[in-house]
Design a protein around this ligand. Sequence first.
Ligand code: FAD
Length: 399
Amino acid sequence: MVAALHIAICGAGPAGLSAALALQACGHRITVFDQFERPRPLGSGLILQPSGLAVLDWLGLGARMRALGARIDRLYGKAAASGRVVLDVRYEVLGAARGLAVHRAGLFNVLHDAARAAGIEVETLSQVKDLDGCSVILNEARRAGPFDLVIDALGSHSPLIAHASAPDYRQPLAYGAIWSSLPWPGPPFDPHSLVQRYDKASVMSGVLPIGCVREGEAAQAAFFWSLKVADFPRWQAQGLQRWKERVHILWPETAPLLDSIASAEQMVLARYDHHTLALPYGRKLVFIGDSAHSTSPQLGQGANQALLDVKTLTECLQRHDDLADAISDYARRRRFHVKIYQALSRLFTPFYQSDSELLPLVRDHLVAGMSRLPLAQRALARIVCGSLADSGAGIVPSR
Ligand SMILES: Cc1cc2nc3c(=O)[nH]c(=O)nc-3n(C[C@H](O)[C@H](O)[C@H](O)COP(=O)(O)OP(=O)(O)OC[C@H]3O[C@@H](n4cnc5c(N)ncnc54)[C@H](O)[C@@H]3O)c2cc1C
């Protein structure tokens, strides 16, 4: 086991906070830096898959997260014009495992409350600018460290990516989405399904039950509408009412959700990009979560992958005596799983979010038909569960 280290964790998102908890429990001294004063929502909800939930269970936080979130049994989508079912993933084909949709702030609260209870230092209003050796350069020319190890969990636009041992591969995506957390609308929406509607691949809208932010609060839904990032200023200029009319024509059942949107500011733009670090480490530096790899949320794997990174890194630091060996073993164990999910996300995204006329036709006819076959249903469920390949985190995949 690597001797006790003083570790700087840059970023208090799902990756940074879960790493702080796991590594402090192994005896390391942790300081977390984040630029926020209070958590900010970026996108309103996400689905934790069974493999990511297994990591939360390993951290002792699964029960509280399940009590706040919404169990997800099915991902279900229809082409609006034809009514054809073009996405139907049922977790039950793999057994008892299910997804859990959570409000981003709910996930933050669970991790942050646990970090506070464990006495972990989180330095807020600390914007990470750069590294100088093993010291962290912060805003206002502040400097912290030197540390024995720096963990970059700053997300996909981390300024520390330049310090990775190999160059970054990055592809910004034209389509993002506008998102909001709204009161749960009730029937006909199913409290255990992600439901989507599509018009070709240029329009995708979805309703995801996300449970509540704190115990005893009302349940919410994440409501999203895909939009080209370049078209966002035009969307803002056209006025809320015209957009609501368009959504209503596509999907009349969303009326109660639309009624609860009083201003355009309630819809927050999320941008996506694909980026993958071939070598997610530098000297005494390691990348986890979106700073190591990010994708469009089409397969719902980002936070899941971050949690798998954390468990793998923690186990590698326990397994090896030498820090450099532990870090390269972490990268090696995660490589294949990350690569396969990055490739699948790149493959699937244009079928649901692109300007293509052909791909949605293929999706609506060929893919929709194939996905009714039992073998294809199991394969799709395994992809979504995050268990298509060995994650390196020692979690037994569902078959
Ligand atoms: C709209 C949307 C929907 C998504 N849906 C899903 C889903 O269904 N399932 C899923 O698993 N994933 C989903 N994801 C992806 C998921 O949100 C990310 O993969 C996950 O949040 C990554 O966690 P992270 O901790 O690595 O990075 P982040 O969540 O980006 O956290 C980074 C942290 O670093 C801080 N930070 C950033 N820069 C600096 C700086 N310079 N200095 C100091 N602090 C800084 C930020 O304040 C933040 O707290 C979705 C993402 C989006 C945008």
